[in-house]
Write a protein that binds this ligand. Sequence first.
Ligand code: SAM
Length: 304
Amino acid sequence: MNEVYHIPAMLKETIEGLAIKPERTYVDVTFGGGGHSRAILNKLHELEIGKLEIGHLYSFDQDSDALANAIDDERWTFVHSNFRYLRNWMDYYGVEHIDGLLADLGVSFHHFDCPERGFSFRFSAPLDMRMNQTAKRTAADIVNSYSEEELARIFWLYGELKNGRGIAKNICRARTQKPIERTEDLVAASRIPAEMSKELARLFQALRIEVNDEMGALREMLVAARDLLRPGGRIVVLTYHSLEDRLVKNFLRSGNLEGTIEKDFYGNNLSPFDLIEKGREASPEEVARNPRARSAKLRVAAKH
Ligand SMILES: C[S@@+](CC[C@H](N)C(=O)[O-])C[C@H]1O[C@@H](n2cnc3c(N)ncnc32)[C@H](O)[C@@H]1O
């Protein structure tokens, strides 16, 4: 593959956050270009005479393009699946507990830079945006079938678009003339001026999150991770937008999806996690090298 598939964000910090024990079991639920997975494998024991235990890494990705980055290593297993099925796959492989999990959420550079996938308003392409190319519902299906109310809700929630209502209205009006099938149809229908690229990026982000049910998958994965982690095990999450960041933050603070902090008689938080990193950002040097790391927030917790 010639293009840069992805440049991993906050690589050093995420690996430190995992506090890897070389003979233990780790999961990278977002393999992508494999930058983080390779760094994890570098820390695990290799098969050697005299060593009884070797480490193992399971890497998930729902996108079949990620298979082009497969790693030839007996300590590595690729799971071509949505990470919402983490629990089922660990059961399948007979893994009762894991020692660390990394989630580097969202899409890879490859998704944005691959015109025909329809993730970017920079290219003319079918309005697709499925990370899993075999999933049924595309972004075009959503913009042509959701009600104005539903569209306004996702633009506001997932794109934080202040004018989400107006944009939803414009789209619904435009689609009565002709279906919205391509990226440029959506740009035109939204009536967001081309020079307002931040707004367009937010519109596309909102749709992408809905197409891939990113919030639903994240919720299911967090619960499975909590239950699979061994005491002392680490959960390391890189988030890229405020809604997913809030969910992860509240989950790690409370240990539940509602974010309800339960306390014992003495007022101690009963969450199963100790917080280690609370939203650390990439250094200015890293952002200068890799501008796409600027929105990353690192959250790390240890299970006790
Ligand atoms: C930000 S990239 C990860 C990049 C990776 N850390 C690296 O070093 O190259 C996110 C990856 O996770 C995958 N992904 C996102 N959501 C997923 C989900 N629910 N299940 C499985 N894979 C998912 C995407 O297809 C993408 O390849």
